[in-house]
Design a protein around this ligand. Structure first.
Ligand SMILES: [Ca+2]
Ligand SMILES: [Ca+2]
Ligand SMILES: [Ca+2]
Ligand SMILES: [Ca+2]
Length: 498
């Protein structure tokens, strides 16, 4: 049953007065309108296929962004802002910002059976990773520092990996020490789930009950880093036995109403703070840096038999989340055109995806909607509302990243850092002729051996005054001195190239 539920989740000079007027007309906070602004980037990212590039059996590719200010490098690749993905027998690191397709590098493996990953969750400081490798399998916790592209560790036997024998569906870091784990379900029906706290500094910890009596199964869990609010809910509880469909219900606990060291577990049913009643399937819960809530999944058994599929949602902090936190009414998700408190992000043109994900990356302010283009029937005939696409073996999940109006763009080329294949070098065209994830403008490693040297220089010489798209670094149609100078700038540099 656990497996089946998975697919539900589914200036120049300015006079003083002019400057003053400018200041008055600007909003007082930099990103207060993120919720309204989130718009899709021009390009999409393909995650490693479910099962990995080696074709191992898996139903799902789990993914997460390394947080901003992650101090750890993986070999010489800075981790912050990159996507970490788990599927098959491999943990993959995004080779470059914005890269996808085949530009993923293995940074760890599991020796045993294939992963059917539930989640990969990175601690707020980026130093520790929690990996739920699958149903009835251990929850692994290990330092980011053991990951390597050059020499990927085997997690099962690595001395710095702690394997916890706890039941899990999703997890969220409360801080850099305590991991909150939603246990998914106990054998049912009737389904019931709960949340426990795991002390990741104690390898012998078996978890302490935090929330019990959740009448349903398989929900996400998230903590708001700014306001310390906690949310979790019901991922699966269809109508039956006189009870209404409660799939998608999300409840909220304020700071002070929950603890990482609880003496007794909280009763889910007595918490009156309902954030959402019927939004998707309470999966992919997260908070962006403004405190808006993201929700993904899909409810194939929605109200009146009409499924809720093919989109992810964002619930606005102000007024909705704040109102619920103060004891008020749940989000109004009834009118999609009214974005005052709720937004629908539908990346899949067919809107038939019963497992649309949504993942937030703070480094690049990237709100990534993860969808499954398994089939794209012509014109999407007849599919809206149907659960036509879902997690499955071999599916290549696609990410459409949404950005607010002014996301970080360090080279000011108009491409946000988290989507920029050379984030420190202006290259608005984003040319990448060899598809390795590094933009042509910075990629003088023509033979892809991760260093720029005489082999690459010889390629440039051989293509001199020709139009070879790989050696044409500045993409102006001819290989000449401009390209030679770009190569010279990178001489003897190892990858990555920015
Ligand atoms: Ca840029
Ligand atoms: Ca750039
Ligand atoms: Ca390239
Ligand atoms: Ca080379």
């Amino acid at each position: 049953m656990m497996k089946r539920q998975r697919w539900r989740k589914p200036l120049q000079t300015v006079g003083f007065m002019a400057l003053l007027l400018l200041c008055i007309s600007l909003p007082l906070t930099g990103y207060a309108d993120d919720f309204d602004e989130y718009a899709p980037a021009a390009t999409t990212i393909d995650l490693p296929p479910a099962g990995g590039f080696f074709g191992n059996y898996s139903w799902f590719t789990a993914s997460e962004y390394f947080p901003a200010n992650t101090p750890v490098a993986i070999d010489n690749f800075q981790a912050q802002g990159r996507i970490l993905a788990a599927t098959g027998k491999e943990l993959y690191l995004q080779r470059n910002y914005g890269s996808g397709g085949s530009a993923w590098d293995v940074v760890a493996t599991v020796a045993g059976g294939n992963m059917d990953p539930s989640f990969v969750r990175i601690s707020p400081d980026g130093s520790t990773i929690a990996l739920g490798i699958g149903f009835n399998a251990p929850l692994m916790v290990f330092p980011t520092s053991i990951l390597s592209i050059n020499n990927p560790p085997v997690l099962d036997t690595h001395p710095q990996v702690t394997a916890y024998a706890v039941n899990y569906y999703d997890a969220a870091w409360a801080d850099n020490r305590y991991l909150l784990v939603n246990g998914g379900q106990w054998p049912g029906p009737p389904y019931a789930s709960g949340v426990g706290v795991l002390d990741t500094t104690n390898p012998a910890d078996t978890g302490t009950g935090l929330i019990d009596n959740i009448p349903g199964a398989s929900a996400g869990i998230a903590v708001d880093r700014v306001n310390n609010r906690l949310i979790t809910g019901i991922g699966y509880a269809p109508a039956g036995g006189g009870n209404p469909n409660r799939t998608g219900e999300i409840k909220l606990w304020n700071a002070g109403e929950w603890s990482t060291t609880p003496s007794t577990a909280l009763d889910y049913e007595t918490n009156p703070k309902v954030l959402a009643q019927n939004v998707l399937s309470a999966a992919y819960l997260a908070f962006d840096k403004e405190g808006n809530v993201t929700v993904g999944g899909g409810d194939a058994f929605g109200t009146g038999g009409v499924g809720e599929n093919g989109y992810a949602a964002v619930i606005r902090k102000d007024p909705a989340v704040d109102r619920v936190a103060a004891g008020g009414a749940p989000v109004n998700d009834g009118d999609w055109s009214d974005t005052a408190e709720y937004r629908v992000l539908a990346s899949d043109p067919c809107m038939n995806d019963s497992a649309t994900g949504i993942v937030y990356g703070g480094w690049g302010e990237a709100l990534a909607v993860v969808w499954n283009p398994l089939t794209m029937p012509s014109g999407c005939a007849g599919v809206p509302g149907s659960a036509g696409e879902f997690w499955n073996q071999g599916v290549i999940p696609r990410i459409t990243v949404h950005y607010p109006d002014n996301p970080p763009d360090q080279d000011s080329d108009g491409v946000p850092d988290a989507s920029d294949n050379a984030y420190l070098t202006a290259n608005s065209g984003q040319e990448d002729a060899d598809g390795d994830g590094y933009g042509n403008m910075v990629d003088a490693d023509f033979n892809n051996d991760n260093v720029v040297n005489f082999s690459d220089f010889n390629t440039l010489k051989a293509e001199w005054l020709g139009s070879d798209p790989v050696a044409d670094m500045n993409a102006d149609g001819v290989v000449n001195f401009s390209d030679y100078n770009l190569l010279k700038d990178r001489w003897l540099q190892p990858a990555p190239y920015y």
